[in-house]
Write a protein that binds this ligand. Structure first.
Ligand code: AMP
Length: 218
């Protein structure tokens, strides 16, 4: 695959994390998920984590200057081997800041992939999502929509399945509103740079993945 610097865009629950992990594993590139980085900081109780947690639990975005500082640190180690950015940039200020950083190292973003999914589908999908407290793997609801019971075991590692605080329905609706207001303009930003490819994210996961690969090879 010729493209090695990729931004994954899409509303919360559109499948960025799942698809980004698979793409990273199969293409040998690091997946950089700012949500995962923040959750790790929260778990470790660092200063960043304590500050970020308030915003995350309220379904709001962590301030741009904090996020740009975090991504600058991570990219310093990753940019040369390419990257899949998952959950960043989420505002125009972050997209512009990222462009400035990457121009400095002559490694511009090559493709922005948008996973397109309708809002009501997402509310059902995210509020039924369970996550392993140990390995972080998402456990989707059963085919009839019934969520896995909280407290049951992760099929991957045997850890406990929990519901993320920010996956509760009212917080999900707030996160979708934040996405419409602050992150949807980032889609237009990459479209204007002629880097945007749209993928229908409301299909079986393997079909979404195949559509992503095809969008990346065009
Ligand atoms: P995610 O797992 O990507 O949905 O991120 C979970 C939460 O972390 C978001 O709802 C935000 O509060 C915060 N977050 C993650 N990435 C960013 C970002 N690029 N800018 C601001 N906040 C972020």
């Amino acid at each position: 695959m010729a493209v090695s610097r990729i931004v994954l865009l899409g509303p919360p629950g559109s499948g960025k994390g799942t698809q980004g992990k698979r793409l990273a594993a199969e293409c040998g590139m690091p997946q950089i998920s700012t949500g995962d980085l923040l959750r790790r900081a929260v778990k470790a109780g660092t200063e960043l984590g304590q500050m970020a947690q308030r915003y995350m639990n309220a379904g709001q975005l962590v301030p741009d200057d904090v996020m740009l500082g975090l991504i600058r640190e991570v990219l310093a180690n990753a940019a040369s081997s390419g990257f899949i950015l998952d959950g960043f940039p989420r505002t125009i200020a972050q997209a512009e800041g990222l462009d400035v950083m990457l121009v400095e190292i002559v490694q511009p973003v090559q493709r922005a992939l948008l996973l397109d999914v309708d809002g009501e589908v997402l509310v059902r999908r995210i509020s039924g999502r369970r996550v392993c407290a140990n390995c972080g793997t998402n456990q989707a609801p059963a085919a009839d929509g019934t969520p896995a019971a909280v407290g049951t075991r992760c099929p991957n590692c045997g850890g406990e399945l929990i519901q993320r605080d920010d996956d509760r329905e009212e917080t999900v609706r707030k996160r979708l509103g934040v996405y419409d207001q602050q992150t949807a303009p980032v889609v237009a930003y990459y479209a204007a740079q002629r880097k945007l490819a749209r993928v229908d994210g409301d299909q079986p996961v393997d079909d979404v993945y195949a559509a992503m690969l095809s969008a990346l090879s065009n």
